[in-house]
Design a protein around this ligand. Structure first.
Ligand SMILES: Nc1ncnc2c1ncn2[C@@H]1O[C@H](COP(=O)(O)OP(=O)(O)OP(=O)(O)O)[C@@H](O)[C@H]1O
Ligand SMILES: [Mg+2]
Length: 234
């Protein structure tokens, strides 16, 4: 359960996130909006990479704002980046395993946790390959796998579907729908692919100029006249 209360993030005179409030409680929540709407900035504020000027960011009832990024990771908050952060000279296994140098695998054995997550993300066949040897889809899956080891509670995924072909996008979609059952974690998904959002997100928040344009069940939000005008160009 995520609760944003009056969150503002300011860069000089620009309010990239402007007094945003939202309760997001669905297993997979969508976050959409035009380029520059403030989606990545909101995720940066949630993960602790930028400090909000004001507001509260609550996950399961606790305010994250006073916590460091690492403290947030240890509370189960994970994020993937719009540009994948794969270490080219490490194997896929070690890229994922490295996360567990910083967070506990919980009751699971470290190797079991990594193996289960690689299986879930279709990476088992390339576990021993180096970061520089794998393709774009596999790099995206490494990002997802890094977010899934070590008892995550909330995954913030910034455009994991960008540039994927139809088959790969289907695999991603299936994985997102299974995250809650697999690890009990909630997902906040940013993507410009409205079909991916419609297929995976029960609830969707739409941002425009840092503000909340709409929030609700995804089908209702995508049919909203203001959303279609601002975002879908209708
Ligand atoms: N570090 C920064 N310093 C100054 N301005 C910034 C910074 N980061 C983002 N911005 C500005 O804040 C606004 C929101 O940017 P943000 O990257 O959050 O948008 P976005 O919704 O993720 O867009 P996209 O869909 O293109 O990824 C933009 O106007 C952007 O130029
Ligand atoms: Mg962005």
């Amino acid at each position: 359960m995520m609760r944003l209360v009056d969150v503002t993030v300011q860069f000089g005179g620009l309010k990239a996130v402007d007094a945003l409030s939202a309760d997001l409680d669905a297993p997979v929540c969508g976050l959409i909006g035009p380029n520059g709407a403030g989606k990545t900035t909101l995720v940066n504020a949630m993960s602790g990479l930028v400090a909000p000027r004001s507001g509260r960011i609550e996950v399961d009832g606790a305010d994250l704002v006073p916590l460091s990024p690492l403290q947030r990771v240890r509370r189960g908050l994970r994020r993937s980046f719009q540009t994948e952060q794969v270490v080219e000279d490490l194997t896929v296994w070690d890229n994922v395993r490295a996360v567990l140098d910083h967070v506990s695998a919980g009751p699971r054995d470290v190797a079991d946790d990594v193996a289960e997550v690689l299986q879930f993300t279709h990476l088992s066949p390339v576990a021993t390959q180096l970061g520089r040897e794998i393709d774009l889809f596999q790099r995206r899956m490494v990002e997802l796998a890094k977010a899934l080891v070590g008892r995550p509670r909330l995954l913030l995924l910034d455009e994991p579907g960008a540039g994927l072909d139809e088959r790969e996008s289907t695999l991603l979609r299936e994985a997102l729908l299974k995250v809650q059952a697999f690890r009990g974690a909630q997902v906040l998904l940013i993507d410009h692919d409205v079909d991916l959002i419609a297929a995976t997100c029960q609830q969707t928040l739409v941002m425009d100029f840092g503000r909340r344009l709409a929030l609700g069940p995804t089908d209702r939000v995508l049919a909203d006249a203001d959303v279609r005008r601002a975002y879908l160009g209708a």
